[in-house]
Design a protein around this ligand. Structure first.
Ligand code: FES
Length: 69
């Protein structure tokens, strides 16, 4: 597991939430990461959108987010 905490931003907009964004935010928090709730980022066709180190992961999964940390 990554030792240094980095801020992750998760879109809490309706479409990303439908595609599991909020659930992933909770899972990431439980893993010890700092997670910021974001408004809709106009990336809805690519939901769920999760920002890691300033870049958005489209159609994010926990595994793909962890790869970017
Ligand atoms: S709802 Fe997440 S980008 Fe629009």
């Amino acid at each position: 597991m990554c030792s240094n905490k980095k801020v992750i931003g998760v879109c809490y907009g309706p479409r990303c939430s439908d595609f599991g964004g909020r659930d992933m935010a909770e899972a990431l928090r439980e893993m010890g990461h700092e997670v910021e709730n974001l408004d809709c980022q106009s990336l809805c066709p690519h939901a769920p959108a999760i920002r890691v180190n300033g870049r958005f992961v489209h159609r994010a999964t926990i595994e793909r987010v962890k790869e970017k940390l």
